[in-house]
Design a protein around this ligand. Sequence first.
Ligand code: AP5
Length: 214
Amino acid sequence: MRIVLVGPPGVGKGTQAALLQQRHGALHISSGDIFRAELKAETELGRLAKSYMERGELVPDDVTIRMMATRLDSPEVREKGFLLDGFPRTVAQAEALDEWFRQNGVRLDAVIALEVEDEEVVRRLSGRLTCRQCGAIYHRENHPPKVEGVCDACGGELIVRKDDQEETIRERLRVYHETTKPVVDYYERQGLVRRIEAREVESTYAKIKAALGL
Ligand code: AP5
């Protein structure tokens, strides 16, 4: 399975990718998670990405494309397939990914475009909690952990992401409408897009499964 998940910040790409990975085995590859891991490890890439991420802007294409190509080239990814979450986010990134497919003689199966209105995005992200250790995603109201502040899966500490402040969320939405929506049009021209209204988690998952014929 080789799938791209695209949609505004907070629509639920990470939540759905985690379910697809658990239940269908393809690897969940999130460009945002890779940047956050680099940041935590205090690498040069992490330091570079930090300033863009905290402002809600995109990390430059050349850096992002190189980083994702390295991840995609691993033997594990070739064997299991992947669910890309947060990449590609610009038309230049989508073209680079197409080139990677050409060079590797494989094809993209589908692009799942998750859709929800902007105010719902603000509501979801304002309540999001993320595990510092394993990255599991919760929501204060929709999906609270069993013990406040503690990850159900690994016992790690739950934190609020720095870019989940309202001002930064609105900037991320602006960047999405201006720069990432054209990526959906790009894939629409290739006949790959399945548009899904992202309401409750399980009904969204059921629609994705149906769209992918799983
Ligand atoms: P990234 O980490 O990719 O953030 P994002 O795309 O803004 O997406 P999010 O992770 O915020 O949201 P999501 O859609 O995964 O939603 P989630 O499942 O968590 O990117 C961060 C930054 O990194 C970017 O701003 C940029 O700087 C940089 N970056 C990353 N990739 C890049 C690239 N390719 N190029 C350049 N720069 C890049 O859910 C959100 C909340 O809602 C949770 O609390 C969840 O519990 C809840 N929820 C989920 N689904 C539902 C539902 N159906 N109903 C109700 N609540 C729900």
